[in-house]
Design a protein around this ligand. Structure first.
Ligand SMILES: Nc1nc2c(ncn2[C@@H]2O[C@H](COP(=O)(O)OP(=O)(O)OP(=O)(O)O)[C@@H](O)[C@H]2O)c(=O)[nH]1
Ligand SMILES: [Mg+2]
Length: 234
């Protein structure tokens, strides 16, 4: 999994630790020098318009850690607002990085006490975004590694796959090593990757992260740099 790399040429030291991502010729400057909040939109047609700027959308269950991951990537505490209570992010929020590309914080899906109407609303709203946003480089689909694979995440992954929307699985909360009966993150990830393998012809990239320990941060940024450079050169 890496743009511009022939699968036959992959050597072990080209694979980023804690992932299946291969570093290839498109990998480049991954540093974040500056980030600014641009705007919140409640419709796709209100989102910032600039055909040159690729963007990455943070998607995942409510509370999975989307806003926290954005803050970890940009190394700022409160760029994106976070909360213990699900449903914190309600709009499409654009953050401009290095004056050249966007990170997009989206509302989470599937929080337990959302009404049916609110759920329908979520899906038409965000589905519209995915289907109509030409500058989308990749969706980062965040998956909570501290719980076993959830149907709602697999449904979401399958919907994106069917619609040919590029996706990277980003496992979050990999620092959570609770004992007891709960399975550990590494086992949950293995289970999830196996389920994905059955549904995809080509395995999408996946990577382990933690916004608490910083695990996977630099690797994810490097991955995003090669997706971006590939997108820019297409
Ligand atoms: N242990 C641990 N906790 C995390 C991590 N990332 C996020 N959290 C916690 O999970 C909770 C939810 O984080 P958010 O970043 O607000 O989640 P979100 O996906 O943006 O949620 P919504 O905006 O409601 O969709 C917060 O209490 C975070 O502190 C992580 O890597 N490790
Ligand atoms: Mg959020």
């Amino acid at each position: 999994m890496g743009p511009g790399v022939d699968p036959e040429d992959i050597k072990e030291d080209m694979v980023l630790p804690g992932s299946n991502i291969v570093v290839g010729p498109y990998a480049g400057d991954a540093k974040i020098k500056e980030v600014e909040f641009v705007k919140s939109s409640n419709k796709v047609k209100d989102c910032p318009r600039n055909e040159e700027r690729g963007e990455f959308a943070m998607l995942g269950r409510s509370n999975v850690g989307k806003s926290s991951l954005i803050n970890a990537l940009v190394k700022k505490k409160e760029v994106a607002l976070t909360s213990k209570k699900p449903g914190k992010t309600q709009l499409i929020n654009h953050f401009l990085v290095n004056k050249s590309w966007y990170i997009v914080d989206l509302p989470g899906y599937g929080f337990a006490n959302a009404s049916e109407a609110a759920r329908m609303d979520w899906s038409s709203f965000t589905k519209g975004y995915f289907l109509n946003r030409d500058t989308l480089v990749s969706v980062l689909l965040l998956i909570d590694a501290s719980v076993p694979p959830q149907k709602i995440d697999l449904d979401c992954a399958n919907w994106l796959g069917r619609n040919n929307i590029p996706i990277t699985f980003v496992f979050t909360k990999c620092d959570k090593m609770k004992g007891g009966k709960a399975k550990r993150p590494d086992q949950n990830i293995r289970d999830f990757v196996e389920l994905i393998r059955q549904n995809y012809k080509h395995q999408p990239p996946w990577i382990m992260t933690s916004s608490v320990s910083g695990l996977g941060r630099d690797e994810l940024l490097l991955h995003m740099s090669q997706l971006r450079n590939y997108w820019n050169n297409e």
